[in-house]
Design a protein around this ligand. Structure first.
Ligand code: SF4
Length: 408
């Protein structure tokens, strides 16, 4: 890190995820959804449930083309699919961790138990204030912590499930992020991952012409087009700066860079260790390198999600102090805490991840800076494609290119 707090990618571990060898793949069994999120990049199509044999073929394609530890089952909302339990069972039977990425609206305790029985490994709940949730209108991100807690408690009651939350971050909600990170700390025993996704849109007002093949096109019809004046280029560093207002030591340890800019942060991962009352510290790059390498050596795949029993092993993880500076600092803080107050020894020490995702950036020269080693590749027409831009293929048959207006 530079002295002004600016992150330097050379201080961090570049996650080893690539096109053929990636911790995650992204399955969309349906495009149907029961909400209408402001920042959504998928056209909501009610009659879009894929039959089981199509879903199976897509999973087989993932397994043929890439080593994946987990499959994010997304959409649309995957719980809209009438055969979601079967889909989860099929993925688990194929030896991959099924992770449900849902808004949670259709989740009941009964369905949750069924999904767990079918082999669900975990859930990522997408919850933010711009989803038009019927009972949560006019509520802000901090009010929504109550809803997050309901889902975290449901998962904790069933047990053995990884619990993650993601939220799209907009310019006017950025200031709520530290409060959400603080809430996650208070529930570090049952909340394992927090993800912040920066709002992006294809804005026709950008200084580009938009081309599909050789043809100039109107981007205005795409679901992720935005004609309002809105900030669409928040950066991962902005979120880090905001979090540091509450957690000055907040320090990411690993990243995925952009396809066009090696020093841009597209996925920025922070691992912290603490109790509900105190964060003792942040793991460093060597910790993450050791975990990813060991997992790959033992299982042939990079690690996507951990079980709750693993994340509760904060004390055992301190053995990695031998190789990791961040962990040494964390262990020192923990030991001093226990020395001052021996009762602290009996408090659970947990690991929690905070991920910041910075999707596509439009560079002044017209290049689009994507996530290098994109984990969220999905299947379209038998090919792996970026899920965040799939609507371009559906509407125009090819990727849309941006050409600076002044260069023509
Ligand atoms: S390139 Fe798009 S789909 Fe892939 S990880 Fe980045 S934002 Fe997600």
């Amino acid at each position: 890190m530079k002295s002004n707090g600016v992150l330097d990618h050379r201080d961090m571990y570049r996650l080893p995820w690539s096109l053929p060898d990636n911790a995650i793949s992204w399955l969309e069994p349906t495009s149907a959804c029961n909400l209408s999120c402001d920042g959504c990049y998928r056209e909501n199509v009610a009659s879009s449930h894929k039959p089981l044999d199509v879903v199976r073929k897509e999973v087989e394609l993932f397994l043929e083309l890439r080593n994946s530890d987990g499959i994010s089952i997304a959409g649309g909302d995957p719980l809209m699919h009438p055969e979601i339990v079967e889909i989860v069972r099929m993925i688990a039977d194929m030896g991959v961790k099924p992770i449900l990425n849902t808004n949670g609206g259709k989740l009941t305790m009964e369905l949750l138990r069924e999904l767990k029985k079918a082999g669900a490994f975990g859930f990522t709940f997408h919850i933010d204030s711009k989803q038009g949730r019927p009972k949560w209108k006019d509520k802000n991100e901090l009010d929504l912590n109550d809803l997050r807690l309901q889902y975290a408690q449901m998962l904790a009651e069933v047990g053995g499930l990884s619990c993650a939350f993601n939220s799209t971050v907009y310019e006017d909600t950025l200031h709520y992020v530290p409060g959400m990170v603080e809430w996650a700390q208070k529930h570090i025993d049952i909340v394992h991952v927090m993800v912040f996704i920066l709002y992006r849109a294809a804005a026709p007002q950008l200084p580009f012409d938009w081309y599909a093949g050789g043809k100039k096109i109107d981007m205005g019809n795409l679901v992720y087009s935005e004609s309002r004046e809105r900030k669409i280029d928040l950066k991962a560093q902005d979120v880090v700066n905001e979090i540091r207002k509450k957690y000055p030591d907040f320090m990411p340890c690993a990243y995925l860079n952009g396809t066009e800019k090696p020093n841009s942060f597209k996925w920025l991962l922070t691992g912290r260790i603490g109790t509900k009352e105190k964060i003792h510290g942040y793991v460093g790059s060597k910790f993450m390198e050791t975990i990813q390498t060991m997992h790959h050596m033992m299982k042939g795949r990079y690690l996507a999600y951990s079980t709750p029993s693993m994340t509760s092993l904060g004390r055992s993880m301190m053995l990695l102090s031998a190789v990791d500076k961040g962990m040494r600092r964390t262990a020192a803080s923990y030991l001093s805490s226990v020395f001052t107050n021996p009762m602290d020894f009996f408090k659970g020490l947990h690991y929690q991840s905070v991920m910041i995702i910075q999707p596509v950036d439009f560079l002044p020269n017209g290049l689009q800076n994507m996530c290098d080693g994109c984990p969220d590749m999905t299947v379209y027409n038998g090919e792996l494609v970026w899920s965040c831009r799939m609507e371009e293929l559906k509407q125009f048959g090819c990727w849309v290119r941006t050409v600076p207006i002044s260069q023509q």
